[in-house]
Every structure is written in C-alpha cells, then in structure tokens.
Write a protein that binds this ligand. Sequence first.
Ligand SMILES: [Fe+2]
Length: 370
Amino acid sequence: MTESSNAIAPIPGTAEPMRCVVVDDEPHLRRVLVRLMKGDGFSCEEAGSGVEALEALARRPAVLVLTDLHMPELDGIGLLRQIRIRYPDTAVMLITAVADVSTAVNCLAEGAMDYLTKPFHLEEVRARVRQALEKRRLILENRDYQDLLEDKVAVQARRLEELFLASIQSLAEALEVKDPYTHGHSLRVSKYSTVIARTLGLDAGVVRQIELGGKVHDIGKIGVRESVLNKAGPLTDDEYKHIMTHPVVGWRILSPLLTDMPLALTVVRSHHERFDGRGIPDGLAGLDIPLEARIAAVADTFDAMTSVRPYRPGVPLQATINELRRCSGAQFDPDVVDAFLSALDSGAIDRSEIGEGSTAPGLLAPMGAR
Ligand SMILES: [Fe+2]
C-alpha cells in the first residue's frame, strides 16, 4: 500500500481534501487509475484488498473509493457494505469487467455511487468520477438541509408549545382573579400529581400531561357564579350541583386546545370521580377511572384540605394524612394514596410547601375539594 501524492486540494466549493483510495489486487490497474486521479488533483492511496482499503480509511477519510469487485480477503461488495456502515459520506465506485456489469448494477442498490467497466476509457472515467462526486455533494447538501429544516421545525414546535402553554396559563390566571382561594392551589395540585406519577414510575411524556392537567384541572370554575364560588357558608344542594359542573365545563373549554394532550384533558374531566363509583361526572369506578385522574383526585383533595378555604380553615397535616388513609379504597385508589404517602415520607413532596393552612388548627372538613 503506498501513498501516491501528498498534495491535497480541496473539493471545489467545499473545504474537503480530494483524497481517494484505489483498491485492486492488480498493481498495474491500480497504477493506471492512480495516475489518472492524480492528474485530476486527487491524493491517492492504493490498497490491494478490501481489508487494506478499510485500514487506509481508518487512518484518513476519503471522499471517494474506487474498488475492484473480485479481490482476496474482502471483495468489492463486502468493502462497499463496510464503507456504507462506517463511512457513509464516502462515495464508492466499483470497477468491473463487462461480464460483471449486472453485479455492479446490483451494487447501486446497496449504495454504490456508480461503476466503471474495464478496459478504461480515461475520459469516461474522468466524467463518471466527476458525476459521482457531484451526486455525493448533492446528497450531503440535501442531508444538511434536512437537518437544518428539522432543527428549525423543532424550534418552532417548542415555540408553539410555549405559546400554547402561555394561553392556557392566562386562562388559569383568569380563574384565580375570580376565585382568589384557588391561588396556588392548581400549581400545588400539579406538583403533587407530578410527584405521585413519578413515584408510580410513569414515563416522562405521561408525567408532562399530568403536570399540565393539574395546572388547569379547575379551569371550568370560570363558568361558576362568583357568589357560589366564594360563598363563606355551606352550599345549598343547587349551589353544590352548580359548582360541580366545573369538570365538564373545563373539559369543554379545553377539548379543542388539548387534542395532543388527552391525559391532561382527562384530569380536567375526571378529577372528581371516586374509586367507589360515587363521583362525578361519569360515575366511573376503580380502574375504569383513568390513572391520571385517580392521581389528580388525591393531589386535589390533599391540597384542598390543607389549604384555607372561605368555608373553613385549613386541616392540619396529620389529620389530612389520616383522612386520606381512611378514604383509601373508597374515595381514592389505594395504590395512589400509598404512592403519595411514600413521597411525603421520602421528602419528594416538600412539607414546607404544603398549603398554607396545614399547620393551622382546624376542624376536619368534609372530605373533598369543591
Ligand atoms: Fe375540582
């Protein structure tokens, strides 16, 4: 194997050196090609087999490999396959006798750029090499362009998602203006739900939807009268029914916006379902209630209890925990309650961030959030 020239010119229009490897077990044929390629400004390395050619490429990459089909050790087809895997940017041209043209054509399907037939007509070789390199340049340019496009599309998709989340966030803020007692509630429900989902080992995409679902779970309260929303005393049956329309109202508001986040939408609709089937709006029971909603139900009730509400003070933390345990299996999915309590024990839920009323003495309120 010999290096036939050290003068390396760049490929016109690029910074790539014009390096090629000529592979043939017949030294005479190699030299004919090398002379030709050098005459065209290439730096050439010669190899007597596919194995030697791979060694040459490992030492220094080349833009072009001209290889014979029949060689000892590793033949031209085997070399082509290896180059496609290891050096996909290197163009491969096969050198073949006329009798082997059908094999060479098959090699095009395996990624060869072109083939040359022996005996060589030098002008033809020159023209085919130029064509092959031009084809390679276009392929690489096209790939770079695709990569650039994909990057641009990804940036735009991220921007769209940010804008989308901002519009949802402004809806949530509109609700907070109307119902100051929900201030911080949705964010805490989102946090607790996220921790529960992670504790249960759910995957990142699901956790993201649950996080969003928590932030917007009560959005339907926008449709509830303020006099009912902020009523200090107990609600009448009609008022309670009115306020409990919020899961379906929220689901209707967000349905067109959350088509790509169906789990977040389920949280909105089903966070007041109960494990025993006595919840609203669909009266689903047990595992028929989607997991994301079973998670949100525990997070929502925990935060509603530990926070100060217009109709009652906050419930102390230990009393809330006791109540969650008592209602596990009736109102709540026991696995979700266990996950929540273990997250509380492990510190995954920061006790200092728990709702503002949790340390205040208070009466044990009826279980559940309005
Ligand atoms: Fe709710």
